[in-house]
Write a protein of this length. Structure first.
Ligand code: ATP
Ligand code: MG
Ligand code: MG
Length: 380
């Protein structure tokens, strides 16, 4: 069976690596270069997008910012999962909030902004501090402003106005203001829905971000009450979207109550730990779902953590000598801040995971791998 992934980065690569043993063959469409490539070897194929769609049994995506003409072409084929509407919802915070409201899933209070009076009203109604985000094109914390005091209003508005004006009729730009949530921590749930409507969720993951980018995830330390809230949100949103494939939901945990931050209609960085922490990873389950195969087990095998390797932060291969640790490299040229790979480490229990994270922290420079040493201590 042939599967085409829109987007040719590390997520397409890991989908391909996870699916080969099921005899699923993955090619990826690089939206920038308009080439169809093998996402593992990076070999360029002679296929055009139309030819690649034609020869595929299923089509999916590894990111949500895909040009409308490409989405339309894939939708027309009748074999695109999770479908153009779900991808567009994940790529536009206004659509995303409308979905959350419709499915009655709690999120931060917000206001949409297309002109200055809306911005001033948001400051009045929601109060400062505010987090202001572009509705289109944001990722890794890009396209965001923090409005903390009256002095911030004019300078931030001039940058917001520039973004609003750069929209087109075909793709209008909008902005959203959200109340800044004083969360205790951030968590996410990754789940999968099959073509028959069956849903399976992985255990909740606790996530640490540094400068808006995910740096560390841990699975295996949650309480059932919290898990249940996340599963309920997943089931409601996946059903509302008539979703097929893996869907990720990021939350703020505010004193035991979960508020959705955002959704991602795809496999997600905070689910990379499932490669070692579960029998069937998020990548394999996404491939299974879009191919119409039975879904695999999502139960936690052992507490597992993932550390992101960003930019030029080189690591010693000695990390592999820490028990039950492995590295996943994406085959990219090093660039400041770029996601280059990740390290997964498991333990039989949280305290053993803590010991192993501590061993890793000794091999990784603290400034490049924030949070690892401190988290290790908290688990032991
Ligand atoms: P991603 O790479 O996860 O897609 P993104 O660019 O879409 O990132 P968000 O997840 O919306 O951005 O925000 C990035 C981070 O900023 C969040 O993980 C959180 O730490 C912080 N943040 C975002 N919105 C709020 C909010 N309303 N209140 C408090 N902090 C927030
Ligand atoms: Mg996002
Ligand atoms: Mg996010």
């Amino acid at each position: 069976m042939n599967i085409l992934v829109l987007g040719a980065g590390q997520l397409a690569r890991m989908m391909s690596l996870s699916a080969t043993h099921l005899d699923l063959h993955v090619l990826a469409y690089d939206v920038g270069s308009k080439q169809v490539i093998n996402p593992v070897t990076f070999d360029v194929t002679p296929y055009t997008l139309a030819q690649a769609i034609d020869r595929s049994d299923a089509i999916t995506a590894e990111f949500e910012h895909i040009p409308n003409d490409v989405l339309a072409l894939c939708a027309k084929s009748g074999k695109f999962y999770p479908g153009a509407e779900a991808i567009k919802t994940g790529g536009d915070r206004a659509k995303e909030k409308a979905l959350l409201d419709k499915a009655k899933v709690a999120c931060a209070p917000y206001q949409l902004i297309t002109e200055k009076s809306h911005f001033l009203a948001a400051i009045d109604n929601l109060g400062m501090p505010l987090v202001v985000k572009t509705c289109q094109a944001g990722y890794d914390g890009k396209g965001q402003w923090r409005v903390k005091s009256q002095d911030d209003v004019e300078p931030i508005w001039s940058e917001m106005a520039e973004f609003l004006e750069s929209g087109t009729e075909a793709l209008p730009h909008t902005i959203i203001a959200e109340k800044m949530i004083p969360f205790d921590r951030e968590v996410s749930i990754i789940g999968v829905r099959g073509k028959n409507g069956q849903c399976k969720t992985y255990p909740l993951t606790e996530n640490q971000h540094t400068n808006g980018v995910l740096t560390l995830s841990i699975a295996g330390k949650e309480k059932p009450m919290i898990e249940q809230q996340a599963q309920d949100a997943f089931n409601a949103l996946a059903k509302e979207l008539d979703y097929v494939g893996v869907l990720a939901i990021e939350f703020f945990d505010v004193q035991g109550q979960l508020l959705v931050n955002e959704i991602a209609p795809r496999v997600h960085n905070s689910g990379h730990w499932t490669q070692q922490g579960c029998h069937v990873s998020q990548f394999e389950n996404h491939m299974r779902a879009v191919a119409g195969l039975p879904l695999g087990a999502t139960d936690l095998l052992r507490p597992t953590a993932m550390i992101n390797v960003l930019g030029q932060a080189s690591i010693s291969t000695d990390v592999l000598s820490v028990a039950d640790t492995t590295s996943h490299w994406y085959g990219k040229l090093a660039k400041l801040g770029r996601k280059m790979g990740h390290i997964n480490v498991s333990g039989n229990d949280l305290s053993q995971l803590g010991e192993r994270l501590e061993q890793l922290a000794e091999l990784l420079p603290e400034q490049d791998y924030p949070g690892v040493a401190q988290t290790a201590q908290s688990l032991k």
